[in-house]
Design a protein. Structure first.
Length: 177
């Protein structure tokens, strides 16, 4: 099966919900992919094929859906996986970054010993919307002197302009205009 066929399988498994979590929002739900074994295999293949073309040392996944795909990529490539979590969820010494959301603020943390100076980092997540959480993740990696090689996204809501806020290359499997 070629890349386009795999993308079509993944795209068709993404569920759409109108007016969630509030009126006027069209929600793209990645969990439809995880409920479909063929789509999940296609997604894993697409992510691993792309990530294997990059020179990376560490895979970072964002809380929480980045935790679903990051370890899959890490195991396939034989690289460590590092979670970036919401404040208060990680033990030990952590670096933190607060960022704005459409409805307030949130704080991400990463364990300071998990990324070393000059580590080449791939950040993965399911969705790029306004870019706040991904921008915070990039800053966290840089604060530990890691280099963000790329942000690998499953779905990008292009019309929200999140990519323009990021100081790292972005690769999206699926774009919604």
């Amino acid at each position: 099966m070629d890349r386009d066929e795999k993308l079509q399988i993944v795209r068709s498994a993404v569920k759409t919900y109108k007016h969630f979590p509030k009126q006027g929002i069209i929600y793209k739900d990645i969990f439809g992919v995880f409920q479909n074994v063929a789509a999940m295999r296609a997604l894993k293949d697409l992510l691993v094929e792309h990530a294997s073309s990059l020179n990376i040392d560490v895979i970072v996944g964002l809380d929480s859906r980045g935790f679903l795909v990051g370890p899959l990529i890490a195991v396939e490539l034989g690289k460590p996986f590092v979670p970036i979590r919401k404040k208060g969820k990680l033990p030990g010494d952590v670096a933190e970054k607060t960022f704005s959301l459409e409805y307030g603020e949130a704080t991400f943390e990463v364990q300071t010993e998990s990324i070393s100076k000059d580590n080449r980092v791939l950040i993965v997540d399911d969705l790029l919307a306004t870019g706040g959480s991904m921008a915070a993740a990039i800053e966290l990696v840089k604060s530990l002197e890691g280099e963000v090689v790329e942000c690998l996204i499953i779905m990008e809501l292009v019309y929200l302009g999140g990519r323009s806020k990021l100081q790292a290359p972005v690769y999206s499997l699926i774009e919604y205009d």
